[in-house]
Each structure stands twice: as structure tokens, then as C-alpha cells.
Design a protein around this ligand. Structure first.
Ligand SMILES: CC(C)(COP(=O)(O)OP(=O)(O)OC[C@H]1O[C@@H](n2cnc3c(N)ncnc32)[C@H](O)[C@@H]1OP(=O)(O)O)[C@@H](O)C(=O)NCCC(=O)NCCS
Length: 177
């Protein structure tokens, strides 16, 4: 049953996410990002991937962009993954896996050596299944009010053999993704 549900989904790349797209995916759920993500300003992704069901309704979304991250003395360019959501009624059927696997392929195609994302503690085990590891220590990022310590966990995943995560203070020169 789960597999049949998955194969009836169409992976799409969206030029932009419209209000209608958001309404379809959020489907009236209050604070789908747990109330924390909703309070922050996020960068707009350059790549937006989604899943549409047989009726054409958007049931999942994820975004990706290349972003700079300062780690100690190093400036890394990472594939920043954000805005991952599966509409509430379709969770637990492998749709996030379908989408995240494609997002990671696109990150590879963009030539990124590392993927990075922010998540709540409840989703750490989900991303660990895809090879993401926790970034120890605080991560700082820009907000309209200035630099803040991110109130979410950050994770990273090597996309090339030998990519590591250097020691040192982690700061995004722009808003998070
Ligand atoms: C998090 C979210 C995207 C997961 O979507 P989903 O379609 O239910 O996930 P899947 O069914 O594809 O699960 C993929 C795998 O992760 C596991 N998994 C899913 N959620 C998990 C969780 N919270 N903790 C641990 N494992 C989890 C599944 O068991 C599955 O494992 P398997 O492939 O080895 O069998 C979805 O719950 C959601 O949209 N939540 C609200 C928004 C949100 O929190 N987004 C993440 C922002 S970082």
C-alpha cells in the first residue's frame, strides 16, 4: 500500500512556490514547524522540489540553495536544505524519503561538498537516516534584528568522500535556509 502511494506521486521542480501551493501543503495545520521555525526569517530557496498526487495537488515541498557558512577560519559553500514538509494527512508513507533523496541528488548536481539543514530535536533521527550528523555547538545567523544564535539544531552531511566539518564557531553571513 505504501509503495503504491509513493509511485502515484509525481516529483516536480517548481519555478516558485505560490500561495496556492503553500495552502495545499500546509492544509490548515497550525505551526507545522513546531512554532519555532515560524518565528524566523529564512532565505528563499533557488531550487524548490515537490510531490504532486494524481489529482495534481501538492502534498510535499522542500527547498535547496547554495549558501556560505563560516566555520572557524574556513568559508564553506554548502547545499542548504530547508522548508521540508509533507502535508499532515500523507505523513508516514515514505514521501519525505522520496523528496529528500531527490534533494540530495540535486545538491550533488550543484557540486556541493556538504549539505546542511536546521531541524527540531524531533526530526534528528529522520535526518540521521540520510547520513546527517549534528553540528556541535551553536550556529549563528542573520535576522533583520542582527546576528542571533539559531534556536534549532543544525545538521550536516558529506556529499563527497573526505568532506569533513571543521572545528570552530559556525556562522551564516546571511539568513538561514
Ligand atoms: C518530518 C516530515 C517531513 C517527515 O515526513 P514523512 O513523509 O512522514 O517521512 P517518511 O515517511 O518519508 O519517513 C522517512 C523515514 O524517516 C523515518 N521518520 C520519519 N519521521 C521521523 C521522525 N520524526 N523521527 C524518526 N524517524 C522518522 C521514517 O520511519 C522513515 O524511515 P524508513 O525510510 O527507514 O522507513 C513530516 O513529518 C513533516 O512534514 N513534519 C512537519 C514539518 C517538519 O517538521 N519538517 C521538517 C523540517 S526540518
Amino acid at each position: 500500500m505504501a509503495n503504491r502511494y509513493r509511485v502515484s506521486m509525481r516529483l516536480v521542480e517548481l519555478a516558485k512556490v505560490t500561495d496556492r501551493d503553500w495552502r495545499q501543503v500546509i492544509a490548515g495545520e497550525p505551526e507545522p514547524w513546531g512554532g519555532v521555525g515560524e518565528t524566523l526569517h529564512w532565505r528563499t530557496s533557488t531550487h524548490r522540489l515537490g510531490l504532486r498526487d494524481e489529482a495534481g495537488t501538492l502534498v510535499a515541498l522542500a527547498g535547496l540553495l547554495l549558501a556560505d557558512v563560516r566555520v572557524g577560519d574556513s568559508l564553506l559553500q554548502v547545499a542548504g536544505i530547508g522548508g521540508v514538509i509533507v502535508t499532515r494527512a500523507a505523513r508516514g508513507r515514505g514521501l519525505a524519503r522520496l523528496l529528500i533523496e531527490r534533494v540530495l541528488q540535486v545538491a550533488n548536481e550543484l557540486g556541493a561538498e556538504r549539505a546542511t539543514l536546521f531541524c527540531s530535536p524531533a526530526n534528528v533521527r529522520l535526518y540521521a537516516k540520510f547520513g546527517f550528523k549534528l553540528i556541535e555547538g551553536p550556529v549563528f545567523a542573520q535576522q533583520p534584528s542582527g546576528v542571533i544564535e539559531m534556536p534549532m539544531l543544525a545538521m550536516w552531511k558529506p556529499l563527497t568522500a573526505g568532506a569533513d566539518w571543521p572545528e570552530g564557531r559556525v556562522e551564516l553571513p546571511e539568513e538561514p535556509f
